[in-house]
Design a protein around this ligand. Sequence first.
Ligand code: NAD
Length: 444
Amino acid sequence: MADSGVKSATDESPRAANRGGATQGSAPVRAEVSNYDIVSHYFELAADRLDVPDDVRAVLRSAYREVQVQIPIELSDGRLHVFSGYRVQHNGARGPYKGGVRYHPEVDLDEVRALASLMTWKTAITGIPFGGAKGGINVPASDCTTAELQQITRSFIDKIDKVLGPTRDIPAPDVNTNAQTMAWMMDEYGKLHGHTPAIVTGKPISLEGSFGREAATGRGLVYLYEEAAPDLGLTPESTRVVVQGYGNVGSWAARIIGDLGATLVGASDQHGAIRSERGIDPHALAAHAKEGGRLPDFQADGVEPISADELLALECEVFVPAALGGMIHEANADSIRCRMLIEGANSPTTPAADRILLDKGVTIIPDVMANAGGVVVSYFEWVQNLQHFRWDEDEVNARLSKIMRQAYAEVSARQAEEDTPLRVAAYETGIERVLDAARTRGYI
Ligand code: NAD
């Protein structure tokens, strides 16, 4: 491996405090290894195999532009607080920068960098004409009022609007941001530049959002489950599912795979976890969460609260990490008892955990491919906005299905040919496509 400053994959003492915020039982701590270390490790592994020269690798590894802005806000108690906002544009060789904006107290430049580079490989693997970007604000969104969130969002857009644009950089939702956040962003950008719906994706349906966007990431995970399941002899009826992080991605994946016939046997959120051998109704659980209910408070026959560690150890066929990065690490990977791990979250699995799971024979469908459904339907939303035209949900889902299944076919063919894990084959595919575009343009 080239000297990349990447931490040893085994250098993973769990963090002292659960920075994910779980309060019940001995909740899983996130690994010390950062999202940036995780993404860099996988990038370098694939770049080594592709023999990417060091000088070219330096261009691909670093971001094209990194913007950090100050967001001073008067809180409802009258105090002034300064948050930091970030937008990192990693690589634009294949098209305008594209990526979500995350609101979380732990957001920092390193994390946003890592997530931006993941977007570069993700858009390339799925073949959609975007580069990679990500944004974030280190705000504890759940402690803010709606008015504060609106003020913070508008201030962020005012400060980064020069680097945004429907042919430059198009934000979208991520952790703790949603269609409402995107509506505020579109409105603020519109004040400065005129009505421009294609400036953000993940908007509400009433404001030129796309049908199918909200469920797209979870739906994409299920399409890839359908592609991979036959090789493991799995049918939906024989599939028990555990979801870590029952938010947008996790709850949609659970509902859609549940509708196919699979059984949800465990789920968690930042407050704790629940299980039921007989199965949990994924729709009722999603309704409970949407109303603001904490998962451990969900009441139904046969459902019992468990600790977050116990959730990891539940026997199942499919485990879906859909919370935050670094949640599956060296100290807890061995307790996982699934046959397929489908990464809904970005960077949920550290390199050491990845090796442990692969050694146990677990099929890992990696984040760079598995959770691309959101950006694919964001691409559809952008296309519809540019045409001022709208597709119905069936059309959106059919097009999403085609792109996700094609990406899986290409990456799994490479995996078989090179006898390498899916993750390595996926990164190789993404890096090759970005390199090709960058060279053809004359960037490198
Ligand atoms: P979300 O905010 O809707 O859901 C996150 C869920 O994780 C919440 O239920 C939260 O309570 C839970 N959580 C937080 N800390 C936890 C902990 N310590 N233990 C268990 N659960 C915990 O966010 P989302 O949009 O569903 O995103 C989830 C993950 O998927 C993120 O890593 C995000 O980057 C990734 N992702 C999202 C999209 C998208 O379209 N929303 C697309 C690609 C990837």
